[in-house]
Design a protein around this ligand. Structure first.
Ligand code: AMP
Length: 302
């Protein structure tokens, strides 16, 4: 089973009440691919960076057995840059800078060796680029999962609606679900969004967990209560990486197995927020991951 991850590979500069970073490796696809690599050994990456992107960071991805044949390096251009600042309660943030740079003209070329992928994770990117990926795959994957954000709802809604027609699972946060549906109730929002195309919808609620809708069923997983949340950047992408990595590993796309995948995604997101950027995702052991997952079981069993 192969998993194809497409999305931004970026420089992020983050400010939280606990500190500030210079440009560090970020981007939706970095978080997703790194996280999925703990569950699945065949993670293929399609993304683009500029000549300014450190080779050491590419090697770090390779050390996680992520195939980077599909990572384009535009030597004379600059890597996508995003900067955000969190408010004191860490539940909301302001985007300070979005410089698309190489992402503005991204042409997602899919290496032949990535064709026939079984699972496709379309991370946060311009929706027309996400559609392009789907059209360039000669065989439709067994499951197409997609993430997006308010930025694209604001500037590319028509493209987004078109892309939604062709995917299976959409993963967005509560604010985005409300914006996309025009409904405040998340149950009504979910029902409406699923008429746009996705058969399943995940609504992430930050420290309040995540909801899964589909097949007329609903599932809720809490977020692990943590003593300190250091930096929530990438938590949603990490969640998506755990979700898709687990599904690809188990190769079972039933609602029941998606519930387990949600728990795996939530467990991985709980690591992500403990350090800046991708730092907490670099050196995890299987034992640490197992321990987190069993904490989740204890948390919800009664
Ligand atoms: P999250 O905290 O899950 O929303 O993800 C944050 C990551 O998304 C950061 O690493 C950013 O580099 C990346 N990101 C932010 N804005 C965009 C965008 N417009 N397109 C693609 N990736 C983005």
């Amino acid at each position: 089973m192969s998993l194809l991850v497409v999305g931004s590979v970026a420089f992020d500069a983050i400010e939280t009440p606990f500190g500030k970073t210079d440009k560090i490796i970020g981007g939706a696809a970095s978080f997703i691919a790194l996280t999925a690599s703990y569950f699945h050994k065949k993670v293929n990456l399609v993304a683009v960076v500029g000549g300014d992107f450190p080779k050491a960071d590419i090697r770090m991805l390779e050390q996680h057995k992520i195939d980077v044949e599909g990572l384009q390096i535009k030597e004379n251009e600059k890597t996508f840059f995003w900067s955000g600042k969190y408010h004191d309660n860490m539940n909301s943030r302001d985007t300070l800078i979005t410089e698309l740079n190489v992402l503005g003209t991204f042409d997602p070329i899919i290496p032949d060796s990535y064709q026939n992928c079984d699972y496709l994770m379309l991370g946060n990117l311009a929706p027309n680029v996400q559609s392009m990926v789907l059209h360039r795959l000669k065989k439709r994957p067994k499951l197409v999962v997609m993430d997006t954000m308010n930025f694209w709802m604001n500037i590319a809604l028509d493209d987004l609606m078109e892309t939604l027609k062709n995917i299976d699972v959409l993963s967005i946060n509560d604010e985005e679900a409300r914006q996309l549906s025009g409904e405040y109730s998340l149950v009504k929002a979910a029902r409406k969004i699923m008429t746009f195309g996705p058969k399943f919808l995940i609504i992430k609620k930050g420290e309040h967990g995540a909801l899964l809708f589909g097949e007329d069923k609903m599932f809720f997983a809490p977020a692990l209560p943590l003593e300190s949340v250091f930096d929530p950047t990438g938590a949603g992408d990490t969640f998506a990486g755990g979700f898709t990595g687990y599904l690809a590993k188990t190769d079972d796309i039933s609602f029941e197995n998606m519930k387990k995948a949600i728990i795996h995604g939530s467990a991985m997101a709980s690591f992500c927020v403990e350090k800046f950027g991708t730092e907490a995702l670099i050196n995890l052991s299987d034992a640490q991951i197992e321990e987190r997952i069993s904490k989740f079981s204890e948390l919800v069993q009664f």
